[in-house]
Design a protein around this ligand. Structure first.
Ligand code: IMP
Length: 434
């Protein structure tokens, strides 16, 4: 059992395969804590051969004895939460005693989803391509200081009634010709609160005590750095801090509690939704990556856009998050390609840039600067030792490391937990040995 607390987060645009990495590391930790996002995330797991997608509850719940925490930085849709809990129960997994939900987490209200869809429709051509889960509107209410928190569902009912009345009338002002009655919303929220009551906790205090006892905590990010509201490709981002800063604000833990940061990056790049993806491919090559990587959204089923590995992006993520190491996933998807490219900069009308820009406009006409490396003909699928990888694959990884400035301590060569390389002498080995 590790006594180093580590953060595991996405270094690109999400869907990097964090689920498998978190799942594989979980047995070394007492607690897994989600710090932001909501049920826009999706992690496919297989329980006794049955496919199961977790959206809100950390997948640590599948490991007996591990406590799972939903932090204050997460927005909770109670309906989505109960659906997951019921499905887990059907598979024989009881969350009682192992699930903790922050009393400060904000609640996704029943009409936030329709506001999300409406906001996208109003943006027209400039739409974000959200997951339509009501995530953005829930965070808007949070920063607008009219949000409803989990503790409000359990507290003074008159105060909650006032808050719901105000929120519903704000909603009715936004959606023309539609008047929602506040009372059914209120009743629904009271019911939700009752069902959640036993899991509701002072999460900051719980984590503080857990860490004081020397039990390791893994902080689990959702979405990824380039979807971060502050550091991502704004406005084509999600509405929370998916990068490492979100750990402190989203769980109430101090920066010093974070003993290590592991970024998860795919051996190529994907994104769902709108916004820039400088190395995006089209045609046969994109289709090939999409099919062999099964690049379809776990939450929405949307086909993911695919492109070459972008070292500018991962180097940027390494800087923003202070990455100690990268877990490189889906290397095997590149098996059989005759050549593979790595992007090291963008050629824009104002010259070549090698740092990810804040203003996205130059990116729309930018040409990626590529280095081309030879592919490999023997498969990497299932390889568990770095030295057993084909020489060209080792060369590709070394070049990624140089260009991104961070060591690939874990390399995933297949979806199974066993299809993984943990590099000898890497920082990850040290974390797990602590
Ligand atoms: P929202 O989080 O639903 O508001 O969507 C905002 C943007 O984040 C859209 O481009 C979504 O496709 C993207 N997004 C949200 N969650 C995920 C995820 O779990 N993986 C990848 N992209 C995501």
């Amino acid at each position: 059992m590790s006594n180093t607390n580590i953060a595991v987060l996405g270094a690109q645009w999400g869907d990097e395969g964090k689920g498998k990495i978190v799942d594989m590391l979980t047995p070394h930790f007492s607690t897994v804590a989600r710090y932001q996002g909501g049920h826009n995330a999706g992690h496919t797991v297989y329980v006794k051969g049955a496919k199961f997608v977790l959206h809100l509850i950390p997948s640590g719940i599948l490991h007996p004895g591990v406590t799972c925490v939903i932090g204050n930085g997460v927005v909770v849709d109670p309906q989505a939460l109960f659906k997951e809990i019921d499905e887990l129960a059907r598979m024989g997994i009881d969350v009682d005693g192992r699930l903790r939900i922050s009393e400060k987490a904000h609640v996704i209200l029943p009409y936030h989803r329709e506001l999300d869809v409406l906001s996208e429709a109003r943006r027209g051509e400039r739409k974000i391509g959200t997951t339509s889960r009501g995530i953005g509107p829930a965070y808007e209410d949070k920063v607008g200081r009219r949000g409803i928190r989990v503790c409000d569902l359990l507290g003074d009912r008159d105060a909650l009634a006032d808050e719901v009345r105000e929120n519903v009338s704000a909603r009715n002002r936004i959606i023309k010709d539609s008047t929602l009655d506040w009372k059914p919303v209120f009743d629904q929220l009271i019911g939700y609160g009752e069902r959640m009551r036993d899991w509701v906790t002072d999460v900051s205090l719980f984590l503080h005590e857990t860490m004081k006892e020397g039990k390791g905590v893994m902080f689990e990010g959702a979405q990824a750095t380039l979807l971060d509201i502050d550091h991502g490709t704004y406005p084509f981002v999600t509405s929370s801090n998916a990068s490492v800063g979100g750990v402190c604000t989203g769980l109430g833990v101090p920066p010093k509690a974070i003993g290590g940061v592991l970024g998860v990056a795919k051996a190529y790049t994907t994104r769902v939704g709108e916004g820039p993806l400088p190395t995006e491919l089209s045609g046969e090559l994109a289709d090939r990556l999409r099919e062999s990587g099964q690049e379809y959204g776990a939450s929405t089923g949307r086909p993911r856009r695919c492109g070459w590995f972008d070292a500018v992006v991962v180097r940027y993520s390494a800087r923003i998050n202070g990455l100690d190491a990268v877990a490189l996933t889906k290397l095997d998807v590149l098996d059989g390609l005759s050549e593979i490219r790595i992007c090291t900069g963008y050629k824009t009308s104002a010259g070549t840039i090698t740092e990810f820009p804040a203003d996205l406009r130059p990116l729309s006409s930018a040409e990626p600067v590529y280095e081309t490396l030879p592919g490999w003909s023997s498969p990497t699928k299932g390889v568990t030792q770095f030295d057993a990888l084909p020489a060209e694959a080792r060369r590709y990884i070394r070049r990624l490391e140089e260009a991104s400035g961070v060591d690939c301590a874990i390399i995933s060569t297949g979806s199974d937990r066993s299809e993984t390389i943990v590099k000898r002498g890497s920082v990850v080995e040290q974390w797990l040995a602590d």
